[in-house]
Design a protein around this ligand. Structure first.
Ligand code: SF4
Length: 305
């Protein structure tokens, strides 16, 4: 059944001249099906560079919106229209406008996990892979508002020495990973390297060995001499980690770290999406052009090696 489904999707994908992009948090079958799997920064670059006519985005709404902003001439499909991101929903454009009124001289950096309207109100966009580089590049005499993820913001503030004005947003999936989970995993696997995503809470990051975006985790695991890794992020990434490193072992810091929105995308929905050309994600032109300025800066800046 699964092989038949894959075959049908591949056939239709060729007919539509479509490309399938999948985030590292997707299920293993979707990651295997995709033409490209990566983190938000890598997927944004792919979306802006592809010559396909259709982009099927296996991820959540803000990612498909990002693709639609960067590649307005393409048809961008999100296979489940309800795949949202609770973190992105924690700030509205109106709330950001209020914050800007309180700090009229501040520059605004928004995490890519935000709506198109919030991006349109921002000067710079960033991902967890290049947030520190973006902030470091800003004039030292400027106040900086960082939205919506407080944990990523605090990490960037510490890394760059900048005093950021933070918004109290957070990812519910990463917040489910506790310091106790890390301590238990370290007791079970004392030789393992602990990799944590910057969206994790501060007590988790305090006792981990590496703080990395998902793309950086994949690179680190490939290059590291270590044989065992404890992974503190959404569990979907373990599929790619294992696939790329057959001789190494990877353990989820918490089995609770599963994003229900990411997991809304299934093989069947990808097929239906291509059959019916749904759900098309469009961003109104005035919002798109303003948001694109912030996104272009994000896509241009590479994270430090
Ligand atoms: S893992 Fe967190 S930040 Fe990522 S899509 Fe899910 S809720 Fe949003």
């Amino acid at each position: 059944m699964s092989a038949q489904l894959t075959e049908k999707i591949r056939k239709l994908k060729a007919e539509r001249n479509a490309v399938i992009l999948a985030h590292n948090y997707q299920t293993g079958d979707i990651q295997d099906l995709a033409d490209f799997t990566g983190d938000s920064l890598e997927l944004s670059r792919k979306a802006s560079q592809t010559d396909a006519d259709v982009i099927v985005f296996c991820g959540v709404r803000f990612m498909a919106e990002t693709a639609a902003i960067l590649a307005p001439e393409k048809i961008v499909l999100l296979p489940d229209k309800h795949a949202g991101c609770p973190l992105a929903d924690m700030i509205t454009a109106e709330q950001l406008r209020d914050l800007k009124r309180k700090h009229p001289a501040a520059l605004v950096v928004c995490y890519v996990n935000s709506s198109a309207e919030v991006k349109a109100q921002s000067d710079y966009c960033c991902t967890s892979a290049n947030a520190a580089e973006i902030v470091e590049g800003l004039p030292e005499d400027k106040e900086i508002i960082f939205v919506p993820d407080q944990h990523l913001g605090r990490f960037v503030g510490e890394k760059t020495g900048r005093n950021l004005i933070l918004w109290p947003g957070y990812c519910v999936t990463h917040a489910a990973i506790t310091q106790d989970d890390i301590k238990k995993a370290k007791t079970a696997f004392p030789d393992a390297v602990v990799m944590a995503h910057p969206e994790c809470t501060e007590p988790v990051k305090e006792i981990c060995d590496q703080i990395l975006s998902t793309g950086q985790m994949l690179k680190f695991a490939r290059q590291s001499e270590a044989r065992r890794f404890i992974v503190a992020t959404e569990t979907g990434i373990i599929h790619s980690l294992k696939k790329q490193n057959p001789g190494k072992e990877f353990f989820a810091a918490s089995e609770r770290a599963v994003c229900p929105n990411m997991k809304r995308i299934t093989m069947e929905k990808v097929l239906w999406s291509l059959e019916d050309m749904q759900y098309q994600i469009k961003v109104p032109e005035p919002v798109r052009t303003r948001a694109k300025t912030a996104l272009d800066r994000m896509v241009a800046i590479l994270p430090a090696k």
